[in-house]
Design a protein around this ligand. Structure first.
Ligand code: GCV
Length: 672
C-alpha cells in the first residue's frame, strides 16, 4: 500500500548550487548510516545536491560542509545536540550518535522551514548564523499504539494496523518509514500493541513471535527507538501454565523471572512492558487482594536484571460503579488507588497517568494524581487518537490543550511544580519519566486519516522533546514541512488548527462537563448516554441545573488537589469557568462572567461552534488554488462531515436543554 512521507517530504528549495555537500564524520554504525541516508535524501530533494562522505576524524576535515562530531564532554546528555555555523561549516555536535541523529533532523527541518535563516538558494553555510542547542525536556517520549493482533485498532481512525495483520507481525518498508517519521520528531519509545491484551496478543511474549519482533526492534533501534510491549497481567494463567497470577505467589514470580529471561534472550533491546491492570475487565492484582505496587513490583523484579522497565497505568476504576449516591465519583479513582502507594514502587516502575481524571474529554481538569506523587516515577498520558475529539473526521489540533496541561501549576513545591516540571523529573529528580500519547496512526496512506490530524502526531513528538515550543511554532513548522511556505497557506491552515480545539469544545459538551457522547462509539451526541449500566448520567442535569458537585459538600474530589487548588475549584465563584460544570452543580439561571446565564451560554456556544466550522471551511476554500487536489479534497470532505456533525451536536444539545428548562433562546433562534 502506498503511503506518504508526511512532514519529511523535503520540498525543493533551489538547485542553483550544484556542488556536493561535504559531510565529515569520524563515527560509524547504524545510526550514522541513517544520518547519511537522511542528509543524502534531504539535500538532494531540497537542493539537488549530493553529499560526499569523508570518513576519519571529523575535525581533520578542512572544507566547507557538515561536520558531525561526538564529544562526550559537551554535557548535552544522551540525546541532546548542538548545531552551529563556523566558517562555512555546519557543525552538529552531541555526546552520542543519538544526539547526532536528532541534530541532523533538526538541521534538515530548519533548512526546510526556513527557520534557520540559512541562505536558501545555496545552502552552503558560508554566512550561516544559526545556533541551536537542545536537550530533550523529557527522558521518555513515547507512543502507545492500541493495535490488536487481528489488525484492528482500538479507537483507531485511520485504517488498520501496520504492525499486525491476521495475528501476524508485519515488518516491511512501512515499519522503517514509521520509525523514521517518529525519530524525526524525537520519539524514543513505542508500544506496538493495545493495552487491552487479549487472545493472540497474550502470546506476543512467546516463541511464536520472537523472530518478527526481533526484526521490528532492529528497525526501531536503528532509529534510536526502543520497543515496548503491552502485556496481560494474567499471562501465567492465560498461557495455560499456572492456575494463578497472584503476584505474591512464589510460582508466579518465578514464572515471570523465567519468562523475562527468555524474552530478553530473544529481544535484548526490549524496553519493557506496559500494563493495564484492574481496569475495564482487565485482570490485575486486585483479583488476588493485592495492591498495585505488589503487582507492579513483582514484574519489576523479573525484568530488572535485563534493564527492563514496567510502565503501570493508573487508569484503574470500577466501570460498573453505581454513583447515584452522589459521593461515588469515577474522577476520584486514580488518586484514591495510587496516592496511598506513593514511595512503594520499585525504581524500575513508572506510573502512567492520564492527563485528566476521567478519560480524554475535550476539557478536564488536570489529574490531581500528577500533583500527589513525590516518590514515584511517572509518565503523563495524552491521547492523540481523537477518541472524544472528533475521531479524525473533525479537525481538532490538540497541542494548545497539551500546552495548557503542561503549564498547569500543581502547587507541589514553591518552584518547578507545573505538570511539565513534574513529568520531566525536574521537580523530584526522577530519571524514568516523560510523556506518552495514544497514537493516532493506521495504515491509511496519509497515516492519520484526516490529513490535518498529522499535526497532532508531529506536534506531540516535538512538544515532548521540547516542551518550551509554542503551539503556534509547532503548527507553523508542520504546515511548512507538509504544505510548503506560501504565506497564505501557512496563515490559513494555522488559523484552522488554532481555532479547532475551542470550536470542538463549543459545539460539544459545555464547561467541562464532558461526555454527552454516544456510548461506546464515542462519536456524535447522546446527552444522557451512559457507558455501562444505567446508573445515572455523567452530567446530572435536571430541570433546574446541571453539573457534578465535586466540592467537599459533594463528592469531595476537590480535596485531592494541593492548596490552593482545592479551594479554588471547590468554590463556584473562583472555579475557572471552563471547568464550572465539572466541579459544580449550577442553576441554568446562574450568571457567568460574560453576563450571560448558564443556559444562554450553552445555546450561544453551540451556535458559535458551528459558525467556527463554517469559518474553517472558508479558510480552507481560500487556499484551494495553492493545494494539490488530493490534499485539498481529503480535508474539504472531512470538514463537510465536521460541519454536519457540529450541527447535529448543536441541535441535539440545545433542544435537550430547551425541553428540560422550557426557557427559549434570548436571540430567538430556532432550537430544534
Ligand atoms: C484501551 C477508554 C477507551 C478504551 C481504552 C481505555 C484505556 O475507556 O474507551 O477503548 O482501552 O480508555 O485507556 O485503557
Amino acid at each position: 500500500m502506498e503511503y506518504t512521507q508526511c512532514w519529511l517530504q523535503y520540498k525543493k528549495i533551489s538547485d542553483v548550487n550544484k556542488l556536493d555537500v561535504n559531510v565529515y564524520c569520524g563515527e560509524t554504525g547504524r545510526l550514522i548510516d541513517r544520518i547519511y541516508e537522511e542528509l543524502a535524501l534531504g539535500f538532494w530533494d531540497m537542493y539537488h545536491r549530493k553529499i560526499k562522505i569523508s570518513g576519519g576524524a571529523a575535525n581533520t576535515g578542512t572544507g566547507n560542509g557538515i561536520v558531525l562530531t561526538v564529544n562526550e564532554k559537551s554535557s548535552l546528555g544522551p540525546e541532546g545536540y548542538s548545531l552551529k555555523s563556523n566558517r562555512g561549516r555546519c557543525i552538529i555536535e552531541a555526546d552520542t550518535q543519538v544526539g547526532l541523529l536528532y541534530g541532523t533532523f533538526a538541521l534538515l527541518r530548519n533548512l526546510q522551514t526556513g527557520e534557520s535563516k540559512a541562505p536558501k538558494p545555496a545552502a552552503n553555510f558560508d554566512n550561516w548564523s544559526w545556533e541551536e542547542e537542545k536537550i530533550p525536556s523529557n527522558p521518555l517520549r513515547m507512543l502507545n499504539h492500541w493495535d490488536n493482533m487481528d489488525g484492528s485498532i482500538e479507537r483507531g481512525y485511520s485504517g488498520e494496523s501496520f504492525f499486525f495483520h491476521d495475528n501476524e507481525i508485519i515488518v516491511n518498508d512501512r515499519t522503517r518509514a514509521y520509525a523514521r517519521l517518529m525519530a524525526s520528531v524525537g520519539i524514543n519509545a513505542v508500544v506496538i500493541n493495545n493495552v487491552n491484551v487479549k487472545d493472540a496478543a497474550t502470546e506476543l511474549i512467546t516463541e511464536r513471535y520472537y523472530t518478527q519482533l526481533r526484526k521490528l526492534a532492529d528497525i526501531f533501534e536503528s532509529y534510536a527507538i526502543k520497543l515496548y510491549l503491552s502485556i496481560n497481567f494474567a499471562s501465567p494463567v492465560e498461557l495455560g501454565e499456572l492456575d494463578t497470577a497472584d503476584p505474591l505467589d512464589e510460582r508466579v514470580g518465578k514464572w515471570w523471572r523465567e519468562k523475562a529471561e527468555e524474552i530478553w534472550k530473544n529481544l535484548p533491546g526490549l524496553g519493557g512492558f506496559l500494563v493495564k491492570a484492574d481496569s475495564e475487565g482487565r485482570p490485575g492484582p486486585y483479583t488476588y487482594g493485592r495492591t498495585h505496587s505488589e503487582g507492579a513490583n513483582m514484574l519489576a523484579e523479573a525484568v530488572k536484571p535485563h534493564g527492563g522497565t514496567i510502565i503501570w497505568r493508573c487508569f484503574v476504576y470500577n466501570c460498573r460503579q453505581d454513583w447515584r449516591d452522589k459521593i461515588t465519583d469515577r474522577a476520584k479513582a486514580a488518586y484514591d488507588n495510587f496516592k496511598p502507594l506513593d514511595g512503594t514502587f520499585a525504581d524500575n516502575v513508572i506510573l502512567q497517568i492520564k492527563n485528566g481524571p476521567m478519560d480524554f474529554q475535550v476539557r478536564e481538569p488536570v489529574s490531581p494524581l500528577l500533583g500527589g506523587l513525590s516518590k514515584t516515577n511517572m509518565i503523563l498520558e495524552f491521547q492523540i487518537a481523537q477518541e472524544y475529539t472528533g475521531q479524525q473526521k473533525h479537525v481538532c489540533f490538540l497541542i494548545p490543550w497539551f500546552k495548557e496541561v503542561l503549564n498547569f501549576d500543581m502547587y507541589c513545591k514553591e518552584k518547578l511544580s507545573t505538570v511539565g516540571d513534574l513529568v520531566s523529573g525536574k521537580t523530584y529528580h526522577q530519571v524514568k519519566c516523560g510523556i506518552a500519547a495514544v497514537a493516532n496512526t493506521g495504515n491509511d496512506n496519509n497515516w492519520t486519516g484526516h490529513d490535518l490530524a498529522a499535526a497532532n502526531l508531529y506536534g506531540f513528538g516535538r512538544l515532548a522533546f521540547d516542551t518550551g515550543l509554542s503551539s503556534e511554532r509547532i503548527a507553523k513548522e508542520w504546515i511548512a514541512l507538509t504544505y510548503g511556505f506560501e504565506e497564505k497557506v501557512v496563515k490559513n491552515i494555522n488559523k484552522i488548527l488554532q481555532m479547532s480545539w475551542p470550536a470542538y469544545e463549543k459545539y460539544t459538551s459545555p464547561l467541562g462537563i464532558g461526555w454527552m457522547v454516544t456510548p461506546h462509539t464515542h462519536y456524535g451526541p447522546s446527552v444522557d448516554g451512559y457507558e455501562y449500566d444505567s446508573w445515572g448520567t455523567y452530567h446530572r442535569a435536571d430541570h433546574f441545573g446541571i453539573g457534578v458537585d465535586r466540592s467537599n459538600k459533594g463528592t469531595g474530589y476537590c480535596s485531592q488537589y494541593n492548596p490552593p487548588l482545592d479551594t479554588i475549584y471547590g468554590d463556584k465563584e473562583t472555579c475557572p469557568e471552563e471547568l464550572l460544570l465539572f466541579f459544580h452543580y449550577v442553576d441554568y439561571s446562574y450568571t457567568l462572567s460574560s453576563g450571560k446565564t448558564l443556559l444562554q451560554h450553552i445555546y450561544d456556544s453551540h451556535f458559535e461552534g458551528v459558525e467556527d466550522v463554517e469559518k474553517m471551511i472558508c479558510l480552507w476554500e481560500e487556499i484551494k488554488e495553492a493545494m494539490d487536489m488530493d490534499s485539498y479534497n481529503n480535508v474539504i470532505l472531512k470538514l463537510n462531515e465536521q460541519l454536519n456533525s457540529a450541527k447535529e451536536w448543536r441541535d441535539v444539545i440545545n433542544s435537550y436543554f430547551y425541553r428540560k428548562t422550557g426557557i427559549p433562546d434570548v436571540k430567538g433562534r430556532n432550537i430544534y
